[in-house]
Write a protein that binds this ligand. Structure first.
Ligand code: SDX
Length: 429
């Protein structure tokens, strides 16, 4: 196996070292390319670029494999719970019983937010999109928790990580309650992560509320499925923001903003809106044709993935969870589910989708499930952000603790005007 890659150009040659991962593609270390050759690489969208070294999550897009610290997502989703997955992502190993109890205790006692935050929310319109509220409120956390913004202090880094994981459900539930005009519901220390979140979203002061255990288990699994996903757009945003030394709350707010896009975390909201717009199975061919039409910007939301060229393993588990939730709720013939399943069947047999290896991704079935759980469509990406916070903060911590860490500053291929002199107003046009 060669240990170097050679670049030959205009009679000159440069040689670059190869680095091998535990699993997955090797990388060519081109850090000295510009110094050695005066050349940049060009890779908009980073389709062939490893931006960092990481030990947290591994994806094999061709095989449809997703591992968190080496453990398959299918096993974590089936056998674990969300805070166990959080511990694994943060610390690198599955917790012992004592470690799990200690971690749950620490997270549980950081779930409240500063009481002033409720005033912060009252500045928003009630009909503001909950993701807009989340971008604002998550960023505002750095205005309240100055004692965990010194990123050079390992203790403060861990406190900030615990605070983010603990407070995101509270902020998300507050965004939902504010949106629907109901009073905020405080977190409860006696409930699991998912039960507490459902309680803060759906309890009202007028009567007791107990989360349906089947639905709470489904919520835990949905959080696990969305916890981390290698160097996706929002995680890369968090890493780049963190590379400047910005505090962790501000970095997570940047991740929330990036996740909102319909090509990324906003796809769960867009996918449900698309399925509702299609309405009935007989209209599917019309939308498949639109998706294939080069002149039509329409895409099948919830389909396709930059990395997965096989079934997204999370989509399979999400589909199973969708059926479990609908069965538990006695929803027999959800027309949107009918359309989704027929759309999937047709697309998976259509040459266009087969040739381009477009499969359902994690966002395709999540919307149907979340709506059945009682969430409005505008809350879907907020739930994604709640779950992904642990991935963002684990990747942020890994980046900050990497001795090679330096500010991220890409270069460019400049195709603008060459140098030219200023033209006085009287001499223009
Ligand atoms: C998430 O990166 C992550 O890991 C993200 C995520 C995570 O957990 O963090 O997995 C979460 O964001 C999942 C993806 C959710 N987005 C959607 O479902 C939106 C719909 N999907 C597409 O917009 C698209 O598939 C992307 C954005 C997901 C991937 O885009 P790429 O990798 O840039 O691929 P592309 O746009 O270059 O498409 C390749 C070809 C194109 O055709 P050609 O120009 O080569 O002829 O496939 C076509 C595209 O037109 N194509 C689609 C399509 N997705 C790609 N055609 C119709 N419908 C689609 N959904």
């Amino acid at each position: 196996m060669s240990e170097t890659a050679k670049l030959a150009l205009d009679g000159k040659q440069a040689e670059f070292g190869l680095r091998h991962g535990t699993i997955g593609p090797d990388v060519v270390d081109i850090a000295s390319l510009y110094k050695d050759t005066g050349l940049f690489t060009y890779d908009p969208g980073f389709t062939s670029t490893a931006s960092c070294e990481s030990k947290i999550t591994y994806i094999d897009g061709d095989e449809g494999v997703l591992l968190h610290r080496g453990y398959p997502i299918e096993q974590l989703a089936e056998k674990g719970d969300f805070l166990e997955t959080c511990y694994l992502l943060l610390y690198g190993e599955l917790p012992t019983t004592q470690e799990k109890e200690d971690f749950v205790y620490r997270v549980t006692r950081h779930t409240m937010v500063h009481e002033q935050m409720s005033r912060f929310y009252s500045g928003f319109r009630r009909d503001a999109h909950p993701m807009a509220v989340m971008v604002g409120s998550v960023g505002a956390l750095s205005a309240f928790y100055h004692d965990s913004t010194d990123i050079s202090d390992p203790h403060q880094r861990m406190v900030a990580s615990i605070r983010m994981i603990a407070k995101m459900p509270t902020l998300a539930a507050m965004a939902y309650k504010y949106h629907i005009g109901q009073p905020f519901v405080y977190p409860r220390n006696d409930l699991s992560y998912a039960e507490n979140f459902l309680h803060m979203c759906f309890a009202v002061p007028c009567e007791p509320y107990t989360a349906n255990p089947v639905l709470a288990k489904a919520m835990e699994r949905i959080f696990i499925l969305h916890a981390d996903h290698e160097q996706n757009a929002s995680t890369s945003t968090v890493r780049l923001a963190g590379s400047s030394g910005a505090n962790p709350f501000a970095c997570i707010a940047a991740g929330v903003a990036c996740l909102w896009g319909p090509a990324h975390g906003g796809a769960n909201e867009a996918a449900l809106n698309m399925l509702s717009e299609i309405g009935t199975a007989d209209r599917i061919p019309e939308y498949i044709a639109k998706a294939k039409d080069k002149n039509d910007p329409f895409r099948l939301m919830g389909f396709g993935h930059r990395v997965y060229k096989n079934y997204d393993p999370r989509a399979k588990i999400m589909q199973e969870t969708c059926h479990e939730v609908l069965n538990e709720l006695g929803i027999k013939d959800d027309p949107t589910l009918e359309v989704a399943m027929e759309l999937e069947r047709i697309a998976l047999h259509d040459d266009y989708f087969v040739e381009k290896k477009l499969y359902p991704n994690v966002d395709f079935y999540s919307g149907i499930t979340l709506r059945a759980l009682g969430f409005p469509v505008t809350m879907f990406t907020v739930l994604f952000a709640v779950a992904r916070t642990v991935g963002w903060i684990a990747q942020w911590k890994e980046m900050i603790e990497d001795p090679q860490q330096r500010i991220g500053r890409p270069r460019q291929l400049y195709t603008g005007a060459e140098r030219r002199d200023y033209i006085d107003m009287g001499s223009r046009g």
